[in-house]
Write a protein that binds this ligand. Sequence first.
Ligand SMILES: [Fe+2]
Length: 180
Amino acid sequence: MRSINIGLSDEQRQGVIDLLNQDLSDAYLLLVKTKKYHWDVVGPQFRSLHELWDEHYEALSTNIDAYAERVRALGGYPVGTVAGFLQHATIGEHPGDIPNTTQMVSRLMENHETIIRNLRQHLDACSKQFHDEGTADFLTGMMEQHEEMAWMLRSFIEGQSLEPSNIRFGIEDRQPAGTN
Ligand SMILES: [Fe+2]
């Protein structure tokens, strides 16, 4: 096979490929978890979350393809088995339970935050340790997407925590005039 001559050593390329395969695996697990909650969600926020998670699924699917093809562009092979994704991922699964809506949102948000922290480290390593500014830029774009998805999920949870005070104000509003 013709050697790859793009200004990176084999060791540098391999270091980057390893990081990309970890990020690919985390994205794949998150893709599966996002789709599962798209199916399972119930309650007043059903339509919003059902549709949001479909959008996130589509975005993650596109990103997974981009990770895998970047690995190929650097001369490596992407992880491509379920066992491999589980082995390389840093986020976990929650088999056999159906959490409530807030727990679903919270779990996915925390997974996005874990991935954001990983990507922040990885883009730094790509730039400083492996001198691969292209992948550092690529990972920066991925991190920004996860930051936006995490913000959307966080907003649902913050909306939940506002409800008790709204209810309390509603009760106070119903007090007859002149009672205080
Ligand atoms: Fe669907």
